[in-house]
Write a protein that binds this ligand. Structure first.
Ligand SMILES: NC(=O)c1ccc[n+]([C@@H]2O[C@H](COP(=O)([O-])OP(=O)(O)OC[C@H]3O[C@@H](n4cnc5c(N)ncnc54)[C@H](OP(=O)(O)O)[C@@H]3O)[C@@H](O)[C@H]2O)c1
Length: 385
């Protein structure tokens, strides 16, 4: 029986992960759950899974959670970043699923990595902010880092049994998002940006998918997870979202992973690793005859400047990806609060990235300082309109 700790259990990935756990009662058990403020959902999860430890964002969330639980079902409940780190450190958790959103997941993710356990990573922002540090610490601790992002999970699967020296390039696919065929991006509304054509996800990643920043963050994530330079990571628009990504080898062979558009597939691969867990009856099998055609296109760097900004940050190196990520988090939050228009998202990120004096970013403090600087700079740019 594998004990699982879930960071971000109340989110889209976290909730799907608990479905995977529930579907494999003889293999997996949720021992610790970290959430933010959604105590209603967390209370329901506690009653169903009976974890021994939980964490919430604030003291008032703790009180609200405990008030919803009968005495016999109350786990230990901790608060804030230290609480999430304790969830990632739980001794009964031999697998930790990192599914918080944003850089806030960095310290709990690092803690899980330092423990040397199985670390299933959906939360890409820590890898963007501190990819070198995360992968170095995984090497030191012997942690098995298992990507949950469907593209990286596909690449991980496509690399198994092959020598990394034989990789020619990586093809990251993407659906194209809601605006692939929309000519005028100036008048895009929040509602349109939150409507993803193929995936149901949290709000931040849904907006990131529409601007293509999500794909940019994924390029940086892939660079660190698979140790492949940016110039050998290419993006393909693939509207059907059936081919989740591919690896091209030096002999011309291309190995791909295909599957249903359902996050339970990569989550179950990552939690079950190295074995596979059976598909739940509620998940449709991939029906290639029904889909019949698979289409591929190049992305437009002109229409979606976030993509170029991400490659630029990777090229600048050091603290630049941390700055890109932080400025994007501030810009997307402002767009979600209707404080800026859609087109202002890349403009704000570009201004912050240009103003940043890049540092080597070799230690955590320097990376966190760059993250702080970028948030302050982006917020003051917002204040100036
Ligand atoms: N959704 C997908 O299909 C998908 C696919 C690939 C990768 N990812 C990546 O996976 C991560 C999660 O995505 P998601 O779509 O699941 O996001 P989401 O639905 O917004 O969930 C985010 C989770 O993080 C928690 N959280 C947020 N701020 C927190 C804080 N300060 N302290 C503690 N917990 C906090 C939230 O708690 P509350 O809700 O309780 O406040 C929630 O549990 C992202 O990095 C995303 O890029 C997602």
């Amino acid at each position: 029986m594998k004990g699982v700790a879930i960071l971000g259990s109340t989110g889209s990935v976290g909730a799907s992960a608990l479905e995977v756990v529930e579907g494999a009662p003889d293999r997996l058990r949720a021992v610790a759950l970290a959430a933010g403020r959604n105590v209603e959902r967390l209370a329901a999860q506690v009653l169903r899974h009976r974890p021994v430890l939980c964490s919430v964002e604030r003291e008032e969330d703790r009180a609200a959670l405990l008030a919803r639980l009968p005495a016999e079902a109350r786990p230990e409940v901790l608060v804030g970043e230290a609480g999430a780190v304790a969830v990632a450190s739980h001794p009964e958790a031999s697998a930790v699923l990192c599914a918080m959103v944003g850089a806030v997941g960095l310290r709990p993710t690092l803690r899980a990595i330092e423990r040397g356990v199985h670390v299933a990573i959906a939360n890409k922002e820590p890898l963007v902010l501190a990819g070198r540090l995360c992968t170095e610490r995984a090497r030191q601790s012997g942690a098995t880092v298992l990507p949950v992002d469907s593209e990286h999970n596909a690449i991980f699967q496509s690399l198994r049994g092959h020598r990394s020296a034989d990789v020619h390039r990586i093809w990251l696919t993407r659906s194209g998002g809601p605006f692939r065929t929309v000519a005028d991006l100036d008048s895009v509304t929040l509602e349109q940006a939150l409507h993803h054509p193929t995936w149901a996800m949290g709000k931040k990643i849904t907006v990131d998918s529409s601007t293509l920043m999500n794909k940019g963050l994924e390029v940086i994530e892939a660079r660190w997870l698979f140790d492949v330079p940016a110039e050998r990571i290419q993006i393909l628009i693939h509207p059907e979202s059936v081919v989740h990504s591919m690896v091209e080898y030096i002999d011309g062979s291309v190995v791909a992973q295909l599957g249903p558009t359902d996050m339970r597939v990569p989550i179950s691969y990552a939690l079950g690793f190295p074995e596979r867990l059976a598909r739940p009856a509620s998940m449709a099998r991939l029906d290639l005859l029904r889909i019949a055609r698979l289409n591929f296109e190049s992305p437009s760097f002109e229409r979606f400047p976030c993509l170029g900004l991400a490659y630029r940050a990777l090229e600048l190196g050091g603290t630049a990806p941390a700055v890109l990520n932080a400025a994007n988090e501030v810009a997307v939050a402002a767009f979600l609060d209707a404080r800026i228009r859609y087109r202002q998202i890349p403009a704000l990120i570009a201004r912050v990235l240009e103003a940043h004096p890049v540092q080597p970013g070799e230690d955590l403090e320097q990376l966190l300082e760059a993250d702080r600087w970028a948030r302050e700079r982006a917020t003051s740019e917002l204040g100036r309109g």
